[in-house]
Every structure is written in structure tokens, then in C-alpha cells.
Design a protein around this ligand. Structure first.
Ligand SMILES: *Cc1c(COP(=O)(O)O)cnc(C)c1O
Length: 411
């Protein structure tokens, strides 16, 4: 008899995006003439910047020569990329990160799902609600929860409602929690943390010997240079925080795959006997055991993001998406919607009209405007009554979507 990991059976049956895909397919079959505009899944739409493709082509040619061939690289990433990250993402903002504090990977989704392995099996997870589903589901699979209740919350996980009242930036928990995911700028709400807000979290983590997992996948979308891009801009964060970054949204790498985790060597946790152990050492052990490095080509592509040309070209793409976000924000507000986000994030978080549920609004928006978005309830119970639209699309489609929404729902 082979028993299964029954924790998987605690997971909610329909994962959000397959359910959206199913509904859109049914609608498209029944309405073959409808020109559907997809503002649902958060995937980029602009092609890779020329500086990046050039670097990857060159790397491919190198790999085809005897002298330029690369086999397995360092599991943690090549120094050429790690040094570019240290210089541009950290030193430029006054943060010193050492080489062996950075772990290059093939994506923040994997990193955010895998990092839980370095915590005790009975460690208590804390997340915002609504939240990026990976943080929760990966911990449910690992057995860090009880069963799900009627509201869609798992027993044993601490949820912090992100609401209009708190600006979608909940305060640290008052109940016990050992590690907490923070995502800023936030997917799904588009809310962005200020320095003062992160200071509250760092103070909480230090006081409670807890760890913050700071997901900064959207840091490049922050338009105000005063806002923190890294949690390490907060004093004391190197003793209590891990940071996740990705090239996916920032440089269009969703199909290329490259990201990294920062774990300062000053960050420690304790054993049941009370000894302090470095999380960096644990993650290094885990990474080397289960991961064999990101391809040389991809790391050369990521390095090119930091060249003068690469920075200018990727910034232009981000500015393009953020102009889409501004148009959506203003267009929806003009149609009478209460809209949030979209200022430092490529996501708009809107209140559903007429008190309809977020899934009913999904159906209405698809039926009347042929626009696909993401129901807020799919990100957690406090997302009910809200709806996410993404700014990742062509200008033409964004303008057309706004016009259709104004025609169908304008008040
Ligand atoms: C898109 C996204 C990521 C990035 O995932 P990759 O696996 O690097 O493509 C990470 N966190 C959040 C919240 C995201 O929305």
C-alpha cells in the first residue's frame, strides 16, 4: 500500500486560473464572433528588449564553441549576474549585499513555494487576504494547515484582511506567527508599502523572532523613488527578512525564467534546543541538493537587463504598462467604479458595482464587454466584492476594453 500525501486533498479543488480559462473557453465557443480582451492572468505582453535577446544569442553562439562552452554552472548563479544585481538593485539604493547572500533561480513562483522547506513543519504562516495563492497552497501541501473552512480559510494559518479601510496594507498580526509573506507592490491589490509600513513589520519580526518573506516581483513598477524597493532599505531587516525578486515582470522573462532570492547571513532561526542557525546555510544546502542552476544563456540575458541599454529598454516597457494602468484607472473611475492600485503596480483593484459578487461580475464583464479579468474572491475571502484587471496588454486593447466597459457599465 502506498499512501498519498493527504495534505494535497485539503487544497481547494479549482485553482483560480484554470477555472477562468474554462469559463472563457465556454463563452468563446458560444460566441465565436466576440473579440475577447484578456486582462486576467498577470503575464507580460511586450517582446523581450533587444539588449536582452542580443546577449542571449551571443551566449548561445559561445556555447557552440569549444572555448565558450559551459556545462553545469554554480547552483547559486554566475558571479557576473550576482555582481550586477548587487550593484544595480542594492548598492545603488545604499544596501550592501554579499555575493553568497544571493541565490539565482528559475522563478519566484518556485522560490516562494520552496522557501517554506527551511522552516519547522509546525511553523505558523501568516499571509494577507487576498494574496498570491502560491504562498498558501505550498504550505498546505507541506502540512502547515488544517482543513479549509466555508470562508475559504485554512485552519492554522494567520490571515490579515487587506481592506479598503487599511488601504490594503494590513498591520502585523497580534496572534503568534513564525513567518509572513509580504508582497509589495501587491499582487493582487496593487497597494504599495511605504517605509513606515515596512518599519512596523520589521519591528514586529524582530520582536517576535519571526521571518518576513518579502516578494518584490513588482518593484520596478514603483514610480516614486522615495518608496522602498527592497526591504533591506529598512534598518534591521537583514536580521529578519528574506527577499524575492524576479525578472519576469520587470524585464519580460515570464517565458525565459530567471529570479533570485536574497538571504542575509545575519538572518537566523532557532533549533528546538535553542541554538541559532543561519537560514542562508539551510537554503544553500537545499538549493544545491534540489537545483542545478539557471542556464548560462538565461543568466547572460538577465545580466543584459542591467546594461545601460537594457535598463533604458526595460524601463520604457514598464512605463508603457504603467501608462496602460493610468488609462485603466482613469477610464474605470470615469465609468463610476471605485478603483485602487495602478499607480506603482500593473494591477487595478476595483470594487464590483451594484454589490455583485466577484465571480458574477466576472461573468457580466465577459458577457457584456467581452473583457476577462480576475475575480477578487479567487485570491482569498476578503477579495470578495473586488476585481483585478491587469495593465499587461497592447494600448489598442486597453483603450478598447475601457471603451467597452464604459459603454456597458458607465454610470
Ligand atoms: C508574477 C509573480 C511572481 C513571479 O513569478 P516567476 O515565477 O518569477 O515568473 C512572483 N510573485 C508574484 C506575486 C507574482 O505575481
Amino acid at each position: 500500500m502506498t499512501y498519498i500525501n493527504e495534505n494535497f486533498q485539503k487544497l481547494q479543488a479549482g485553482y483560480l486560473f484554470p477555472e477562468i480559462g474554462r469559463r472563457v473557453r465556454v463563452f468563446a465557443q458560444e460566441n465565436p464572433q466576440a473579440a475577447i480582451i484578456r486582462l486576467g492572468i498577470g503575464d507580460v505582453t511586450e517582446p523581450l528588449a533587444p539588449a536582452i535577446t542580443r546577449a542571449m544569442v551571443q551566449a548561445a553562439q559561445e556555447m557552440g564553441s569549444r572555448s565558450g562552452f559551459h556545462g553545469y554552472g554554480p547552483e547559486q548563479g554566475y558571479d557576473f549576474l550576482i555582481d550586477a544585481i548587487r550593484k544595480h538593485d542594492y548598492a545603488a539604493r545604499g544596501v550592501e549585499i554579499e555575493r553568497d547572500e544571493i541565490f539565482v533561480s528559475d522563478g519566484s513562483k518556485c522560490d516562494s513555494g520552496n522557501l517554506q522547506e527551511i522552516f519547522a513543519s509546525d511553523a505558523i504562516l501568516c499571509v494577507a487576504d487576498p494574496v498570491y495563492p502560491v504562498y498558501v497552497d505550498s504550505n498546505v501541501m507541506a502540512g502547515r494547515s488544517g482543513t479549509i473552512d466555508a470562508n475559504g480559510r485554512y485552519a492554522g494559518i494567520v490571515y490579515l484582511p487587506a481592506t479598503e479601510e487599511n488601504g490594503f496594507l494590513p498591520n502585523p498580526p497580534t496572534e503568534k506567527a513564525d513567518f509572513a509573506f509580504l508582497c509589495s507592490p501587491s499582487n493582487p491589490t496593487g497597494a504599495v508599502a511605504t517605509k513606515a509600513y515596512l518599519q512596523k513589520w520589521v519591528a514586529w519580526a524582530r520582536k517576535n523572532d519571526a521571518v518576513i518573506l518579502f516578494d518584490a516581483a513588482y518593484e520596478a513598477f514603483i514610480r516614486n523613488p522615495e518608496l522602498p524597493r527592497s526591504i533591506y532599505e529598512i534598518e534591521g531587516a537583514k536580521e529578519c527578512a528574506i527577499e524575492l525578486r524576479s525578472f519576469s515582470k520587470r524585464a519580460g522573462f515570464t517565458g525565459v525564467r530567471c529570479a533570485f532570492v536574497v538571504i542575509p547571513k545575519t538572518l537566523t532561526g532557532k533549533t528546538k534546543n535553542g541554538a541559532r542557525v543561519s537560514f542562508n546555510a539551510l537554503w544553500n544546502r537545499r538549493h544545491c541538493t534540489k537545483f542545478n542552476g539557471v542556464s548560462y544563456l538565461v543568466q547572460r540575458g538577465a545580466e543584459a537587463v542591467y546594461t545601460q541599454e537594457g535598463l533604458a529598454q526595460t524601463e520604457e516597457q514598464i512605463a508603457f504598462y504603467m501608462e496602460n494602468a493610468r488609462l485603466l484607472r482613469e477610464g474605470l473611475a470615469a465609468a463610476g467604479f471605485r478603483v485602487f492600485g495602478g499607480e506603482h503596480a500593473p494591477y487595478l483593484w476595483m470594487h464590483t458595482p451594484y454589490g455583485v459578487s466577484s465571480w458574477d461580475f466576472f461573468n457580466d464583464l465577459l458577457a457584456k464587454a467581452h473583457v476577462v479579468g480576475t475575480p477578487g474572491a479567487g485570491f482569498g475571502p476578503s477579495g470578495e466584492g473586488y476585481f483585478r484587471l491587469s495593465a499587461f496588454n497592447s494600448r489598442e486593447n486597453v483603450l478598447e476594453a475601457i471603451a467597452r466597459i464604459q459603454r456597458s457599465f458607465g454610470r
